[in-house]
Design a protein. Structure first.
Length: 501
């Protein structure tokens, strides 16, 4: 086929369009059709006829949608009555993500997403492409950078001979990652939603209200009726709570294994290529030079097991894990491997050589004022509704506010060294974000009324992916003069380097 000839999507596009239609309207239509008596066959006929216009629309969208490879841009045309034409320069495409769900595997096709720096939404989405078209897309898009065609990274799990494996996570790693991430609450919420949808919650309450319902039923009854405290019931509540926590962690482990199964990240031809997923298979490509920021995160469980997680923000965002722009480069990684990996991804950054500068000496006072004010308001409400016996709770909350402010101020720091700007914050959930000065698009100084009173200011450093960064480069509680000088230095150094994103 000539290079400038229009190409169409896979014919299975029509089928996928019908599936989406059925998912959105099929279930309500079935309820409508079968909710009437058998003699009212007219409703069934009209309900079945609803599929006809959707099928015609799916065929029309398939026929009208084409994409063409220009000399230096991708041209996408769509629409029957209202025609649309988009021109996407190859040089502006940040990432190419290919997703293959279970139904895609049946037809051996992919859903392809092209991302540029235009915003949080994808620049283009081609829902059904065969492998050959997907490989051709990669060749065309990355030809301008002089990269050779990387077909094997899409169509096979084998690693190219010159590729370097940066991270390969096994089942044990993913289980530990799920234990740390604690995403079981999302799955529990979905389970509760199903229980309520089918009325099982009412059956559970009815069963618990039965006098002969057993120990668990009596425990719920005593809690509901405000009866006297029974040590056995307290112990049972503790057991139930412990089992619930364990269940949430188990659900989190299962969710993480399904999401990141077979996670592998390789570096080849100046690109990061990541493949993962059990049910939904994701194959993502990120040009190494287009990473805007890298964020290292460590929670309490991360530190307990000696691991970290690494995310990246790219210009324009990405659908791989979170929108906009935030994506995992390493869901879990040993703490000792963080610095070497960061040096590969961002050669300017040497985590061991960063010279951290602390926040303003009065940062603790500012933080304590804010946290203590919140505690006083909360404690006043508790005292008003619960009585004086909650005074020890108020005192404990105030002590925790002091400790939290002290640790938060102690860990907050920034650094401008070696061609990078870095900012860290948090003490319980620690986050460190790094960006090369060549990625900086804007830098500014902000002052609130409280800042002016204390002679402070905040520094804001923006990159092309700042809107989707998991940890913003917004440094508070700096000396006003230092913030202005730091802003000038960052701006001057940024102008000395060419912007590449």
């Amino acid at each position: 086929m000539p290079s400038d000839a229009p190409r169409r999507l896979h014919p299975a596009t029509i089928f996928f369009s019908l599936v989406e239609y059925i998912k959105a309207f099929g279930v309500p239509a079935l309820l409508l059709m079968f909710g009437y008596s058998s003699g009212e066959d007219g409703w069934r006929l009209w309900g079945a006829a609803l599929i006809v216009p959707s099928a015609i629309g799916a065929i029309a969208r398939y026929v009208s949608f084409t994409y063409t490879y220009g000399q230096d841009e991708l041209i996408i045309r769509s629409g029957v009555f209202f025609r649309s034409e988009r021109h996407v320069p190859y040089s502006r495409i940040q990432n190419i993500d290919a997703t293959q769900r279970i139904l895609h595997r049946v037809f051996d096709v992919y859903a392809l997403t092209l991302e540029s720096g235009s915003g949080a939404e994808p620049e283009a989405t081609l829902n059904v492409l065969p492998e050959s078209a997907l490989n051709e897309m990669r060749r065309r898009v990355f030809a301008e950078r002089g990269a050779r065609a990387p077909e094997p990274a899409i169509v096979t799990e084998a690693v190219e001979p010159e590729a370097s494996v940066l991270l390969d996570l096994g089942l044990r790693d993913l289980a530990l990652c799920g234990l740390i991430r604690g995403r079981g609450l999302l799955m529990l919420a979905a389970l509760v939603g199903l229980v309520m949808q089918y009325g099982l919650d009412e059956k559970i309450v009815t069963e618990a209200e039965r006098p002969e319902g057993g120990v668990i039923a009596r425990m719920f009854q005593s809690a509901y009726e405000g009866a006297s405290v029974d040590p056995v019931h307290v112990l049972l509540w503790f057991v139930v709570f412990t089992m619930l926590v364990l269940l949430l962690r188990l659900l989190s482990v299962l969710h993480t294994i399904v999401t990141f199964h077979g996670f592998r990240m390789v570096l080849a031809s100046g690109e990061l290529r990541m493949t993962f997923g059990l049910l939904t298979r994701v194959k993502a490509t990120i040009p190494l030079g287009r990473i805007q920021t890298i964020t290292i995160r460590e929670g309490a469980l991360h530190r307990l097991f000696g691991v970290s997680s690494i995310r990246a923000a790219t210009a324009g965002g990405g659908p791989m894990m979170q929108r906009p722009g935030s994506r995992y480069l390493a869901p879990i990684i040993a703490r000792g491997d963080v610095a070497p990996l960061v040096r590969v991804l961002m050669p300017q950054a040497d985590l061991d050589a960063i010279d951290w500068q602390p926040a303003h000496p009065r940062a603790f006072r500012r933080l304590l004022t804010r946290h203590a004010g919140t505690v006083l308001v909360l404690s006043s409400a508790i005292l008003w509704f619960a009585g004086m016996w909650t005074v020890p709770i108020a005192i404990l909350l105030l002590v925790l506010a002091v400790v939290h402010a002290r640790l938060q101020a102690r860990h907050m720091a920034h650094s401008l060294s070696g061609g990078i700007f870095a900012f860290r914050s948090g003490w319980f959930m620690r986050q460190t974000t790094i960006t090369p000065l060549g990625k900086v698009q804007a830098v500014g100084v902000s002052e609130s009324p409280f800042d002016r009173r204390h002679g402070m200011a905040g520094l804001m450093v923006d990159t092309a992916g700042a809107g989707g960064a998991p940890h913003a480069l917004a440094v508070p509680y700096l000396d006003r003069a230092d913030a202005g000088a730091l802003s000038g230095v960052i701006a001057a150094r940024a102008t000395q380097t060419s912007l590449s994103w």
